[in-house]
Design a protein around this ligand. Structure first.
Ligand SMILES: Cc1cc2nc3c(=O)[nH]c(=O)nc-3n(C[C@H](O)[C@H](O)[C@H](O)COP(=O)(O)O)c2cc1C
Length: 300
């Protein structure tokens, strides 16, 4: 079995990634990170961000809402203090980037080009910031403009992380593909609102992003549609808690999967998903993932 997956210039040892924002920079659980295909970092912005006021997490049966608001140390501190450590990881390191303006994406892509990281995940889908974020990702023309800029200014693999908030991700996936993206991640969290029982918003940032098992059926629906509409690989994300979930996403057409909220429950969750996938491949005598990827469309 050859478990590797190649996206753009980057070959991942296996198809399982830790999703952005749920595994920090992969440094707290290195023994887990080292055995994954890769780690997607928390979003990095040009300037440091303090993020949204607390509370930032709201749990409900079936999932959670988060309103972290892209808290991060900023590009310079990331490169100076984090990258020297992430470069020693044995897995691929994908840097999730978020711009407050369209131009900032180009700037981040250009500056990261000379850093020892493997790929960029262009985040046009954060639901809990006032400027940019999902507002960018809702407009195919803006997705195209941002992807074009990133593509022009980096030689690294470019992955665009899509939103499905009030937009058909097929349209934005096509825009990203036309602008030269190597892959799309489908999907980021969905908008959500939690109240405190007295009619006031529970989260300090007011609105949040829904993640976890509740997201899975819709995320799977999006992957199925997007994978049928574009030629570039789709990375499935949304509610993957188990190997069975990951197999579903591959079946729906994803070439790779990202495990997010599950990491917050169990820091070994992504590794468990990978070990289960490996066992699945052995049991079914798979030479690679081709027989599984996209089989839903071949069977329906
Ligand atoms: C606490 C938290 C922080 C997140 N931060 C980011 C982020 O910085 N950038 C990003 O693109 N996605 C971020 N996400 C979204 C996840 O990467 C993922 O797309 C989403 O949670 C859906 O997958 P899941 O249901 O497996 O969690 C965050 C999610 C959570 C729960």
């Amino acid at each position: 079995m050859n478990p590797q997956v190649t996206i753009g210039k980057t070959t991942f040892a296996n198809p399982v990634l830790a999703a952005s924002g749920t595994f920090e920079f992969g440094l707290k659980f290195k023994s887990v990170a080292n055995r994954l295909g890769g780690v997607v970092t928390k979003a990095i912005t040009l300037q440091p961000r303090v993020g949204n006021p607390p509370p930032r997490i709201y749990e409900f049966p079936g999932g959670m809402l988060n309103s972290v608001g892209l808290e991060n140390p900023g590009f310079e501190v990331f490169c100076r203090e984090v990258v020297p450590h992430t470069r020693k990881l044995k897995c691929r390191v994908v840097v999730n980037i978020a711009g407050a303006t369209v131009d900032e994406y180009g700037e981040l892509a250009a500056r990261l080009d000379s850093e020892p990281v493997d790929a960029l995940e262009v985040n046009v889908s954060c639901p809990n910031v006032k400027e940019g974020g999902a507002l960018f990702g809702q407009q195919p023309s803006v997705v195209e403009a941002i992807t074009t800029l990133a593509r022009r200014r980096t030689t690294k693999t470019v992955i665009v992380k899509l939103t499905a908030n009030f937009v058909d991700p097929v349209e934005t996936a096509k825009a990203a593909e036309a602008a030269g993206a190597d892959a799309v991640t489908t999907i980021n969290t969905l908008f959500g609102l939690a109240l405190d029982g007295n009619g006031r918003p529970f989260l300090g940032g007011r609105n949040g992003g829904v993640s976890g098992p509740a997201l899975k059926p819709f995320a799977l629906f999006c992957v199925d549609r997007v994978a049928a509409a574009v030629k570039i690989p789709v990375i499935g994300c949304g509610g993957i808690m188990s190997t069975a979930d990951a197999v579903d996403f591959l079946s729906a057409g994803a070439r790779m999967v990202q495990v997010g909220t599950a990491n917050l429950v169990n820091p070994e969750a992504a590794l468990d998903v990978w070990n289960g996938l490996k066992a699945h491949a052995e049991q079914n005598d798979l030479g690679n993932w081709d027989a599984v990827v996209g089989r839903t469309r071949r069977r329906s």
